[in-house]
Ligand binder design. Structure first.
Ligand SMILES: [Mg+2]
Length: 314
Protein backbone atom coordinates (compact mmCIF):
# COMPACT_ATOMS: atom_id res chain seq x y z
CA UNK A 1 0.00 0.00 0.00
CA UNK A 2 1.02 3.53 -0.79
CA UNK A 3 2.69 5.11 2.24
CA UNK A 4 0.73 8.36 1.87
CA UNK A 5 -2.45 6.36 2.29
CA UNK A 6 -1.11 4.61 5.41
CA UNK A 7 -0.14 7.94 6.95
CA UNK A 8 -3.58 9.42 6.22
CA UNK A 9 -5.45 6.37 7.54
CA UNK A 10 -3.47 6.33 10.77
CA UNK A 11 -3.73 10.11 11.21
CA UNK A 12 -7.54 9.97 11.10
CA UNK A 13 -7.52 7.40 13.87
CA UNK A 14 -4.89 9.23 15.94
CA UNK A 15 -6.81 12.50 15.81
CA UNK A 16 -9.90 10.68 17.03
CA UNK A 17 -7.99 8.86 19.76
CA UNK A 18 -6.45 12.10 21.08
CA UNK A 19 -9.79 13.90 21.01
CA UNK A 20 -11.51 11.02 22.84
CA UNK A 21 -8.72 10.85 25.41
CA UNK A 22 -8.83 14.61 26.08
CA UNK A 23 -12.64 14.72 26.12
CA UNK A 24 -12.90 11.69 28.41
CA UNK A 25 -10.27 12.95 30.85
CA UNK A 26 -12.33 16.09 31.44
CA UNK A 27 -15.09 14.10 33.18
CA UNK A 28 -12.84 13.31 36.12
CA UNK A 29 -13.20 17.02 36.98
CA UNK A 30 -16.92 16.72 37.72
CA UNK A 31 -18.82 15.00 40.52
CA UNK A 32 -22.34 14.12 41.57
CA UNK A 33 -25.27 16.12 40.24
CA UNK A 34 -23.16 18.34 38.00
CA UNK A 35 -21.56 15.33 36.33
CA UNK A 36 -24.94 13.67 35.78
CA UNK A 37 -26.51 16.85 34.46
CA UNK A 38 -23.70 17.53 32.00
CA UNK A 39 -23.68 13.99 30.65
CA UNK A 40 -27.47 13.78 30.46
CA UNK A 41 -27.96 17.18 28.83
CA UNK A 42 -24.76 16.87 26.80
CA UNK A 43 -23.08 19.99 28.06
CA UNK A 44 -19.45 19.82 26.94
CA UNK A 45 -16.67 20.19 29.51
CA UNK A 46 -15.95 23.85 30.18
CA UNK A 47 -12.14 23.87 30.55
CA UNK A 48 -10.36 26.05 28.00
CA UNK A 49 -7.76 23.40 27.20
CA UNK A 50 -8.44 19.65 27.21
CA UNK A 51 -5.11 17.95 27.84
CA UNK A 52 -4.59 14.49 26.44
CA UNK A 53 -3.00 11.79 28.61
CA UNK A 54 -0.85 8.64 28.45
CA UNK A 55 -3.23 7.09 25.90
CA UNK A 56 -2.25 9.71 23.33
CA UNK A 57 1.39 9.94 24.42
CA UNK A 58 1.84 6.20 23.82
CA UNK A 59 -0.19 6.25 20.60
CA UNK A 60 2.15 8.98 19.32
CA UNK A 61 5.19 6.81 20.12
CA UNK A 62 3.65 3.84 18.35
CA UNK A 63 2.73 5.87 15.29
CA UNK A 64 6.16 7.44 15.18
CA UNK A 65 7.77 4.00 15.08
CA UNK A 66 5.46 3.01 12.21
CA UNK A 67 6.45 6.18 10.34
CA UNK A 68 10.14 5.43 10.88
CA UNK A 69 10.22 1.62 10.56
CA UNK A 70 7.00 0.77 8.60
CA UNK A 71 6.34 -2.12 11.03
CA UNK A 72 6.51 -2.59 14.81
CA UNK A 73 10.20 -2.69 15.75
CA UNK A 74 9.76 -3.82 19.35
CA UNK A 75 13.12 -2.59 20.67
CA UNK A 76 12.65 0.81 19.07
CA UNK A 77 9.09 1.02 20.37
CA UNK A 78 9.98 0.13 23.96
CA UNK A 79 12.82 2.66 23.86
CA UNK A 80 10.52 5.35 22.49
CA UNK A 81 7.80 4.69 25.08
CA UNK A 82 10.40 5.00 27.84
CA UNK A 83 11.99 8.17 26.41
CA UNK A 84 8.60 9.80 26.00
CA UNK A 85 7.70 8.88 29.59
CA UNK A 86 10.95 10.30 30.92
CA UNK A 87 10.43 13.55 29.00
CA UNK A 88 6.86 13.97 30.27
CA UNK A 89 5.84 11.55 33.04
CA UNK A 90 2.78 13.54 34.18
CA UNK A 91 0.28 12.14 31.71
CA UNK A 92 -1.68 9.89 34.03
CA UNK A 93 0.23 6.67 33.36
CA UNK A 94 -1.15 3.58 35.11
CA UNK A 95 0.52 2.64 38.42
CA UNK A 96 2.52 -0.30 37.04
CA UNK A 97 3.69 1.59 33.93
CA UNK A 98 5.84 4.04 35.92
CA UNK A 99 8.07 1.19 37.07
CA UNK A 100 8.08 -0.54 33.69
CA UNK A 101 9.00 2.55 31.67
CA UNK A 102 11.59 3.77 34.15
CA UNK A 103 13.31 0.37 34.18
CA UNK A 104 13.38 0.24 30.38
CA UNK A 105 14.75 3.77 30.28
CA UNK A 106 17.52 2.69 32.66
CA UNK A 107 18.53 0.00 30.21
CA UNK A 108 16.83 -3.17 31.45
CA UNK A 109 15.60 -5.44 28.63
CA UNK A 110 11.87 -4.84 28.07
CA UNK A 111 11.06 -8.57 27.94
CA UNK A 112 12.39 -9.10 31.43
CA UNK A 113 10.77 -5.98 32.83
CA UNK A 114 7.31 -6.68 31.44
CA UNK A 115 7.30 -10.38 32.35
CA UNK A 116 8.05 -9.83 36.01
CA UNK A 117 5.02 -7.58 36.54
CA UNK A 118 2.25 -8.89 38.79
CA UNK A 119 4.21 -11.83 40.19
CA UNK A 120 5.35 -13.02 36.79
CA UNK A 121 1.98 -12.87 35.01
CA UNK A 122 2.60 -9.54 33.30
CA UNK A 123 0.20 -6.61 33.21
CA UNK A 124 -3.29 -7.28 31.89
CA UNK A 125 -4.13 -3.58 32.01
CA UNK A 126 -5.81 -1.72 29.17
CA UNK A 127 -2.64 0.22 28.25
CA UNK A 128 -1.84 -1.83 25.16
CA UNK A 129 -5.40 -1.47 23.83
CA UNK A 130 -5.72 2.27 24.49
CA UNK A 131 -2.92 3.28 22.08
CA UNK A 132 -3.31 0.82 19.22
CA UNK A 133 -6.20 1.98 16.99
CA UNK A 134 -3.93 3.97 14.60
CA UNK A 135 -1.91 0.78 14.05
CA UNK A 136 -5.07 -0.96 12.88
CA UNK A 137 -5.68 1.87 10.43
CA UNK A 138 -2.04 1.82 9.25
CA UNK A 139 -2.17 -1.90 8.34
CA UNK A 140 -5.85 -1.92 7.26
CA UNK A 141 -5.13 -2.85 3.64
CA UNK A 142 -2.58 -5.57 4.53
CA UNK A 143 -5.13 -8.06 5.81
CA UNK A 144 -6.44 -8.75 9.31
CA UNK A 145 -3.80 -11.38 10.06
CA UNK A 146 -1.10 -8.72 9.64
CA UNK A 147 -3.10 -6.28 11.78
CA UNK A 148 -3.42 -8.87 14.56
CA UNK A 149 0.26 -9.86 14.44
CA UNK A 150 1.53 -6.27 14.54
CA UNK A 151 -0.91 -5.36 17.34
CA UNK A 152 0.38 -8.31 19.34
CA UNK A 153 3.97 -7.18 18.85
CA UNK A 154 3.10 -3.64 19.92
CA UNK A 155 1.38 -4.89 23.09
CA UNK A 156 4.23 -7.15 24.18
CA UNK A 157 6.65 -4.27 24.69
CA UNK A 158 4.84 -3.22 27.88
CA UNK A 159 2.17 -5.85 28.60
CA UNK A 160 3.05 -9.56 28.83
CA UNK A 161 -0.36 -10.90 29.91
CA UNK A 162 -2.42 -12.58 27.11
CA UNK A 163 -5.55 -10.56 28.06
CA UNK A 164 -3.74 -7.26 27.48
CA UNK A 165 -2.49 -8.58 24.13
CA UNK A 166 -5.99 -9.77 23.18
CA UNK A 167 -7.36 -6.31 24.03
CA UNK A 168 -4.85 -4.68 21.70
CA UNK A 169 -5.62 -7.12 18.89
CA UNK A 170 -9.37 -6.49 19.24
CA UNK A 171 -9.04 -2.70 19.07
CA UNK A 172 -6.63 -2.84 16.12
CA UNK A 173 -8.95 -5.18 14.20
CA UNK A 174 -11.92 -2.88 14.91
CA UNK A 175 -9.97 0.15 13.63
CA UNK A 176 -8.86 -1.76 10.53
CA UNK A 177 -12.45 -2.80 9.77
CA UNK A 178 -13.65 0.79 10.31
CA UNK A 179 -10.94 2.07 7.96
CA UNK A 180 -11.79 -0.50 5.29
CA UNK A 181 -15.49 0.32 5.58
CA UNK A 182 -15.11 3.99 4.69
CA UNK A 183 -17.59 5.03 2.03
CA UNK A 184 -19.76 1.95 2.56
CA UNK A 185 -22.86 1.49 4.71
CA UNK A 186 -21.93 0.77 8.32
CA UNK A 187 -22.05 -2.88 9.33
CA UNK A 188 -24.69 -4.26 11.68
CA UNK A 189 -23.33 -3.66 15.23
CA UNK A 190 -23.78 -7.28 16.33
CA UNK A 191 -22.03 -8.58 13.22
CA UNK A 192 -19.20 -6.06 13.60
CA UNK A 193 -18.58 -7.09 17.22
CA UNK A 194 -18.77 -10.78 16.35
CA UNK A 195 -16.27 -10.29 13.53
CA UNK A 196 -13.84 -8.49 15.87
CA UNK A 197 -14.26 -11.31 18.41
CA UNK A 198 -13.56 -13.85 15.68
CA UNK A 199 -10.14 -12.29 14.99
CA UNK A 200 -9.25 -11.90 18.69
CA UNK A 201 -7.28 -14.64 20.49
CA UNK A 202 -9.46 -16.76 22.80
CA UNK A 203 -9.64 -14.79 26.04
CA UNK A 204 -11.97 -12.95 28.42
CA UNK A 205 -11.71 -10.01 26.00
CA UNK A 206 -13.08 -12.17 23.16
CA UNK A 207 -15.82 -13.56 25.45
CA UNK A 208 -16.75 -9.99 26.40
CA UNK A 209 -16.95 -9.01 22.73
CA UNK A 210 -19.28 -11.92 22.03
CA UNK A 211 -21.42 -10.86 25.02
CA UNK A 212 -21.43 -7.31 23.60
CA UNK A 213 -22.60 -8.62 20.23
CA UNK A 214 -25.52 -10.41 21.93
CA UNK A 215 -26.78 -7.40 23.91
CA UNK A 216 -30.27 -6.36 22.75
CA UNK A 217 -30.18 -3.62 20.13
CA UNK A 218 -31.48 -0.83 22.34
CA UNK A 219 -29.63 -1.67 25.53
CA UNK A 220 -28.85 1.31 27.76
CA UNK A 221 -25.30 2.30 28.63
CA UNK A 222 -26.12 1.38 32.22
CA UNK A 223 -27.07 -2.17 31.15
CA UNK A 224 -24.06 -2.48 28.86
CA UNK A 225 -21.56 -1.43 31.52
CA UNK A 226 -23.28 -3.76 34.01
CA UNK A 227 -22.60 -6.70 31.69
CA UNK A 228 -19.31 -5.62 30.07
CA UNK A 229 -17.62 -3.34 32.63
CA UNK A 230 -16.49 0.25 32.07
CA UNK A 231 -12.74 0.10 32.67
CA UNK A 232 -12.98 0.83 36.39
CA UNK A 233 -10.77 -2.20 37.03
CA UNK A 234 -8.31 -0.88 34.42
CA UNK A 235 -8.07 -4.33 32.85
CA UNK A 236 -8.37 -5.08 29.13
CA UNK A 237 -11.42 -7.39 29.55
CA UNK A 238 -13.15 -4.72 31.68
CA UNK A 239 -12.47 -1.96 29.12
CA UNK A 240 -12.32 -3.11 25.50
CA UNK A 241 -15.77 -4.78 25.04
CA UNK A 242 -17.69 -1.71 26.28
CA UNK A 243 -15.57 0.78 24.29
CA UNK A 244 -16.07 -1.26 21.11
CA UNK A 245 -19.79 -1.74 21.84
CA UNK A 246 -20.39 2.03 21.67
CA UNK A 247 -18.17 2.29 18.59
CA UNK A 248 -20.16 -0.48 16.89
CA UNK A 249 -23.47 1.22 17.64
CA UNK A 250 -22.46 4.75 16.54
CA UNK A 251 -20.16 4.17 13.57
CA UNK A 252 -21.25 7.29 11.69
CA UNK A 253 -21.26 9.88 14.48
CA UNK A 254 -18.17 10.47 16.57
CA UNK A 255 -19.91 12.90 18.99
CA UNK A 256 -22.74 10.40 19.54
CA UNK A 257 -20.25 7.59 20.17
CA UNK A 258 -18.29 9.76 22.61
CA UNK A 259 -21.33 10.87 24.64
CA UNK A 260 -22.42 7.26 25.04
CA UNK A 261 -18.95 6.13 26.07
CA UNK A 262 -18.50 8.99 28.53
CA UNK A 263 -21.84 8.20 30.15
CA UNK A 264 -20.34 4.84 31.15
CA UNK A 265 -17.62 6.69 33.15
CA UNK A 266 -15.10 4.23 34.66
CA UNK A 267 -11.69 4.64 32.98
CA UNK A 268 -13.33 7.27 30.84
CA UNK A 269 -10.28 8.80 29.12
CA UNK A 270 -9.26 5.35 27.94
CA UNK A 271 -12.71 4.09 26.92
CA UNK A 272 -13.25 7.33 24.97
CA UNK A 273 -9.78 7.06 23.39
CA UNK A 274 -10.53 3.52 22.18
CA UNK A 275 -14.03 4.33 20.90
CA UNK A 276 -12.88 7.47 19.10
CA UNK A 277 -9.75 5.88 17.64
CA UNK A 278 -12.03 3.35 15.95
CA UNK A 279 -14.95 5.59 14.92
CA UNK A 280 -12.74 8.40 13.59
CA UNK A 281 -10.98 5.86 11.34
CA UNK A 282 -14.25 5.90 9.44
CA UNK A 283 -15.72 9.37 10.08
CA UNK A 284 -12.74 11.71 10.58
CA UNK A 285 -13.37 14.63 12.98
CA UNK A 286 -15.64 16.42 10.51
CA UNK A 287 -18.73 16.23 12.73
CA UNK A 288 -16.97 17.28 15.92
CA UNK A 289 -18.09 20.71 17.24
CA UNK A 290 -15.52 23.44 16.55
CA UNK A 291 -15.08 24.37 20.23
CA UNK A 292 -14.05 20.78 21.00
CA UNK A 293 -11.37 20.93 18.32
CA UNK A 294 -10.09 24.22 19.67
CA UNK A 295 -10.04 22.90 23.23
CA UNK A 296 -8.13 19.70 22.50
CA UNK A 297 -4.43 20.04 23.23
CA UNK A 298 -2.63 20.11 19.86
CA UNK A 299 -0.76 17.10 18.53
CA UNK A 300 2.49 17.19 16.53
CA UNK A 301 2.22 18.08 12.84
CA UNK A 302 4.23 15.01 11.74
CA UNK A 303 1.13 12.92 12.46
CA UNK A 304 -0.45 14.34 9.30
CA UNK A 305 2.59 14.99 7.14
CA UNK A 306 4.38 11.72 7.86
CA UNK A 307 7.59 13.74 7.92
CA UNK A 308 10.49 12.70 10.10
CA UNK A 309 9.64 13.96 13.58
CA UNK A 310 12.12 15.68 15.84
CA UNK A 311 13.90 13.40 18.33
CA UNK A 312 12.24 13.23 21.77
CA UNK A 313 13.42 15.62 24.45
CA UNK A 314 15.53 13.89 27.07
MG1 LIG B 1 -5.03 8.11 30.21
Amino acid sequence: MDRTRRVANAARSLHGLALGDAFGEQWFGYRGAELTERLTRRIAPQARLWYWTDDTAMALSLLRILHLCDVVDQDALATHFAASYEADPYRGYGPSMHGVLRAIHEGEPWREVTRRQFEGQGSWGNGAAMRVAPLGAWFADDGLAVVAAEAERSAETTHAHPEAVAGAVAVAIAAALATRGRGEAAPDPAEFLAEVAGHTPESDVAAGLRAASRLPAHSSVRHATGVLGNGSRISAPDTVPFALWTAAHHPDSLPEALWHTATGMGDVDTTCAITAGVVASRTTLSDIPKPWLTAREPIPTWVDTGGTPAPPRS
